[in-house]
Design a protein around this ligand. Structure first.
Ligand code: ATP
Length: 562
């Protein structure tokens, strides 16, 4: 089985910022500016208790002028802090949004370009969760908590400098009474959170995946009266999620114990301050500065505890996002082997398995000349669709090689490949919108005139004109207003717009009405000229018309029928 790197439910949390740095690098100037303004705002806040302490001393000394100056400085600091804080929040939000935006674009780009095998190996809901919910949470964190987090870090740093220079004795006391229990509580919280939050995120992704799958399969579940069983499964996932969310919540309870530590510290500062002022070691103003600053410090720690939970969650989300970006990173360009001298499309000793040790194709070798028209037939499950996907490079073979014009498909540029080889699957997928919206999903961004030219060339103008609003006909959320055959007509028009060297049509197995079957045959006959056309044929009428037919049986080529 060809290697496919898989996503991890609970990816490594270590060094997430360092790993995210390549995505942040281009924003580093804007980030540095925003952080600098934020730190200035924090410095203004840190100086307020110092000025109040000085004002208290001036009041006790009867120094009115000094008191007025100090009061004016306090006012100035508060105003400066308010203005600077708003400004920094604005800057941080702006740069944060830009980072999140570019991450989202990158995720969409990577998922769009990643291999079919990778997509099939993961539950759609998990990818959805990483590409939408986790990015949205990251954006919310950037808007809501990131400015607080930077302020808090700055505040801690400035407080230490200011308080240490005011009184080393009171500072020592503050450190002794406050820091050890806070460190211990923080450690308990971190330990609990490190396990609980990734587990909670993984359980949430599982629940999203199960729910997304039940929506897709809703019709089948109703037909089979299996909704109840499925609901049990959904309930099981929901219970698992709730259990993990509760564990995460219990971890957060450690944070509440910080209140007791805060009370103890204030009491200790007041008592020690009383003794120190009585012995003329410090002034009353310094004690006031310490009590006020420690209150600010406590409220910062409270804020920090709130932010800490969000921080851990965002870190988990970021780690899951980086995991997705990591495993979908395009491989380094392989050295291009010298082109073999073969022409057309060749399959050389190709094997493929979806699950290790269970090959569905065994050493298949085939060659289709340029301009050849051939059919691939075989019973259900014989490997026709798998072969078609290998032939157009959607899967890479486990062993062997598929070449176009002598070049290994895996060495071709992805965009070039998609232009040269087009597959029309049995079930052509449509997006919500009009026929024009769906035709626009073709390389080269074709417009109305191109649509008209392509339908004309395929003899489908009358068919389009017969639709309620021509190219503007609404096809429903997933194109459900079109039958399987009509969707294949859309696929053929898209193929005509792409103009590939090789066209592979996996014929729809659903019964086609005679009108649609005739249009498909006619359009395919017109599209044939000058290109290789391979049809995975199911209908006897198609098989009868094919000049060459190869047959697969249980993943092996059996006979060339003509
Ligand atoms: N995405 C997948 N994951 C796992 N197994 C798969 C996948 N797609 C196909 N298979 C298995 O591979 C085998 C070949 O399937 P494939 O669809 O290629 O056969 P087929 O000849 O095209 O069948 P049909 O005529 O019914 O379309 C089958 O056993 C099928 O169950």
């Amino acid at each position: 089985m060809a290697d496919v790197r898989l996503l991890t439910d609970e990816p490594d949390q270590r060094h997430v910022l360092r790993r995210a740095w390549p995505h942040l690098r281009e924003h580093r100037r804007a980030m540095a500016g925003a952080v600098a303004v934020n730190l200035l705002a924090t410095l203004s806040l840190t100086l307020v208790p110092v000025m109040i302490g000085r004002a208290v001393d001036e009041l006790l000394d009867g120094d009115r002028t000094g008191l007025l100056v100090s009061a004016g400085v306090v006012l100035g600091l508060v105003i400066a802090r308010t203005v600077l804080l708003r400004w920094s929040e604005l800057l941080l939000t702006r740069v944060g949004e830009k980072v999140v935006h570019s991450l989202r674009d990158l995720v969409v780009e990577r998922l769009g370009a990643t291999s079919l095998r990778f997509l099939e190996a993961h539950r759609g809901g998990d990818l959805l969760q990483r590409a939408t919910v986790e990015i949205a949470e990251l954006a919310a964190f950037v808007r809501g908590q990131l400015p607080d987090l930077i302020s808090l870090s700055g505040y801690l740093l400035f407080s230490v400098i200011v308080l240490l220079s005011s009184s080393w004795q009171l500072f020592g006391l503050l450190v002794l009474v406050f820091a050890p229990p806070m460190w211990w509580l923080g450690r308990r919280f971190r330990r609990a959170a490190q396990k609980a939050y990734p587990a909670e995120a993984a359980a949430q992704a599982t629940l999203t995946a199960t729910f997304a799958e039940s929506l897709l399969a809703r019709e089948q579940l109703q037909i089979d009266a299996a909704t109840g069983t499925w609901l049990d499964r959904l309930r099981g996932d929901a219970d698992a999620y709730l259990g993990r969310a509760r564990t995460a919540q219990r971890g957060a309870n450690w944070i509440d114990a910080t209140w007791v530590v805060q009370g103890l510290t204030t009491a200790a500062l007041l008592v020690a301050g009383g003794f120190l002022t009585a012995g003329d070691v410090v002034t009353v103003g310094v004690v006031v500065t310490f009590v006020l600053a420690s209150r600010d410090l406590f409220s910062s720690v409270d804020d920090f505890t709130l932010v800490a939970a969000e921080l851990v969650e965002s870190r988990v989300g970021l780690a899951r996002l980086l995991d997705l970006l990591d495993v979908t990173r395009p491989p380094a360009a392989a050295p291009v082997a010298a082109a073999a001298s073969t022409r057309g499309l060749t399959v050389e000793n190709v094997s493929y398995s979806y699950r290790p040790g269970e090959p569905v194709l065994h050493g298949v070798s085939l060659a289709f000349a340029p301009g050849e028209h051939a059919g691939i037939v075989g019973e259900t499950g014989s490997g026709k669709t798998t072969l078609a996907k290998l032939l157009c490079g959607l899967y890479l073979p486990d062993t062997g090689v598929v070449r176009l014009g002598g070049e290994d498909l895996s060495a071709l540029d992805a965009t070039d490949l998609r232009r040269r080889l087009v597959l029309i699957p049995q079930q052509v997928h449509m997006v919500a919108g009009t026929l024009a919206d769906n035709l626009a999903l073709t390389p080269g961004r074709p417009g109305r005139d191109d649509f008209a030219r392509a339908t004309e060339a395929l003899g489908l103008t009358a068919w389009v004109e017969g639709l309620p609003s021509g190219f503007d006909s609404d096809l429903g959320r997933r194109g459900e207003r079109f039958s399987a055959g009509e969707r294949q007509l859309v696929g053929l028009v898209r193929a005509a717009l792409t103009d590939p060297e090789v066209l592979i049509l996996d014929e729809a197995t659903a019964d086609l009405d005679p009108g649609t079957a005739h249009r498909l045959e006619e359009a395919l006959a017109r599209l044939r000229a000058g290109r290789t056309v391979l049809v995975i044929a199911h209908r006897p009428s198609t098989i009868d018309r094919l000049p060459r037919v190869v047959r697969l049986h249980a993943g092996r080529l059996t006979t060339e029928e003509r």
